[in-house]
Design a protein around this ligand. Structure first.
Ligand code: NDP
Length: 341
C-alpha cells in the first residue's frame, strides 16, 4: 500500500487499484489542521480563522466545488452562508465530502444566518438550515439584519418579534446544543449595546460591510473595546453593483492606483493587499470567490506586512461609501421598516 500517515495530517481517498485481488486506495495528502493561518478568539473562547470563505451569490455547482476545494486543499476552516443565499444544500454536500475525507467537524466553523421573515419560528428556520447543511449544530448563527417586523400582508408589516425576544430564543437554542455561538450582522452600535445589556450569552461577532471605501473607524474601535469581533463582509468591495447607491456606482476598489502600486511593490495581487489591510485592522474577513484558482490567493494574505504609512494610505481611501444600504433596497417593503442606524 502507498499509505503514509505523518503526524497532524490526514489522507484523502482519490483513486484505488488492485493487487493480488486486494483493493488498495491511492491517497493524496490533505492538511487537516490549517495551522498556518492566524486565528482570532471570540469572547466565548472559540477560535475562528482570520480568513473565511464568503458564498453570497455562489451558484450551486460552483459553490459545492469551491467549498470542498477551499477546505480540502487550501486550508479554509470558516464557511459563511445564510438561508437567503439559497446555497446551504450544496455547502452541506461539500461538507459531507470533506468530513468523509478526514477533516474533523470541530475544525470547521460554519456560519449561517437567520432571515427576518423567519423570526416567528426561529427554531424551525434553524432546523431547516441544519438539515440542508447536513449538520447537528451550527457553529455561528447570526441575526442577518436587525429589522424587527417580520410578517407581511399587502406589503405592510403586521406582526413581529422584538430583538430581545429573538435573542432569548437564540440563547435557548444554544442551551439546546443546536448552536455554538450567536452573533449579529448589520447591527448598529445602539442596538448592539442594547443586546449586550440584557444578553446572558453575548454576541460574539458583528458581521458588517467593511472595505477601504467604508472604513468605519470609530465603530471598529468600539467593537474592539466591547470584545465583539468585526467580520468584514464585502471585504474586496463586492461585485453587487446593482445594489449600490447611484453616487457610488463608479467606485472600483481593485483598480485604485494606491492599491495597484502597493501590489506591484510587494509582488502581490491587489486583492491580497486589501485583505492584508483588513487583517492589520483586526477584522475577520470572508472574501467570496467562485473560482477555485482564486482560493489560494485570497487566503495567502497574512504572511507579509506593509508599512504603517502604507496601511494608513489605504484607510485614506475611505468615502463612507456603504454599498449595501437597506434604505436603498426596493424589495420586500423594506422601505417601510424602522431601520436602526
Ligand atoms: P467580496 O468583497 O468578497 O467580493 C466578491 C467579488 O470579488 C466577486 O465578484 C469575486 O469574483 C471577486 N473576487 C474574489 N476574489 C478576488 C480577487 N482575489 N481578485 C479580484 N476579484 C476577486 O464581496 P461579497 O459581497 O461576496 O462579500 C463577501 C461575503 O460576505 C459574501 O459572500 C457573504 O458570505 C458575506 N456577506 C454578508 C452580508 C450580510 O448582510 N451579512 C452581505 C454581503 C455579503 P469571483 O467569484 O468571480 O472570484
Amino acid at each position: 500500500s502507498v499509505l503514509y500517515k505523518p503526524q497532524r495530517r490526514i489522507l484523502q481517498s482519490s483513486r484505488c487499484l488492485y493487487y493480488n485481488n486486494k483493493r488498495y486506495t491511492l491517497l493524496r495528502m490533505v492538511d487537516s489542521t490549517a495551522t498556518s493561518q492566524p486565528y482570532l478568539t471570540l469572547n466565548n473562547g472559540t477560535k475562528i480563522p482570520a480568513i473565511g470563505l464568503g458564498t453570497y451569490l455562489a451558484t450551486e455547482g460552483d459553490c459545492k466545488t469551491v467549498v470542498r476545494e477551499a477546505i480540502l486543499n487550501h486550508g479554509y476552516r470558516n464557511i459563511d452562508t445564510a438561508k437567503v443565499y439559497e446555497n446551504e444544500e450544496p455547502i452541506g454536500e461539500a461538507l459531507q465530502e470533506v468530513f468523509a475525507a478526514g477533516i474533523k467537524r470541530e475544525d470547521v466553523i460554519v456560519t449561517t444566518k437567520l432571515w427576518h421573515s423567519d423570526k416567528l419560528d426561529i427554531e424551525g428556520a434553524l432546523r431547516t438550515s441544519l438539515k440542508k447543511l447536513q449538520l447537528d449544530y451550527i457553529d455561528l448563527y447570526l441575526v442577518h439584519w436587525m429589522v424587527p417586523v417580520m410578517v407581511w400582508e399587502d406589503e405592510n408589516p403586521i406582526k413581529g418579534l422584538p430583538i430581545h425576544k429573538v435573542w432569548a430564543e437564540l440563547e435557548r437554542l444554544v442551551d439546546a446544543g443546536l448552536i455554538k455561538s450567536i452573533g449579529v450582522s448589520n447591527c448598529a452600535i445602539p442596538i448592539l449595546v442594547d443586546i449586550w445589556s440584557y444578553a446572558r450569552i453575548k454576541p460574539v461577532v458583528n458581521q458588517v460591510e467593511l472595505h477601504p471605501y467604508f472604513v468605519q473607524k470609530d465603530s471598529v474601535e468600539f467593537h474592539k473595546k466591547l470584545g465583539v469581533v468585526v467580520q468584514a463582509y464585502a471585504p474586496l468591495g463586492s461585485s453587487t453593483w446593482s445594489l449600490r447607491p447611484e453616487r457610488f456606482k463608479d467606485l472600483n476598489l481593485l483598480a485604485e492606483p494606491v492599491l495597484v502600486a502597493l501590489a506591484a511593490k510587494y509582488g502581490k495581487s491587489v486583492g491580497q493587499i486589501v485583505l492584508n489591510w483588513h487583517l492589520w485592522r483586526g477584522h475577520q474577513v470572508i472574501p467570496k470567490t467562485t473560482k477555485v484558482a482564486r482560493l489560494a490567493e485570497n487566503i495567502q494574505v497574512w504572511d507579509f506586512k506593509l508599512t504603517e504609512e502604507e496601511y494608513e494610505s489605504i484607510s485614506g481611501l475611505n468615502q463612507d461609501a456603504r454599498f449595501f444600504n437597506p434604505k436603498a433596497f426596493e424589495f420586500s417593503g423594506w422601505n417601510h421598516l424602522p431601520y436602526f442606524e
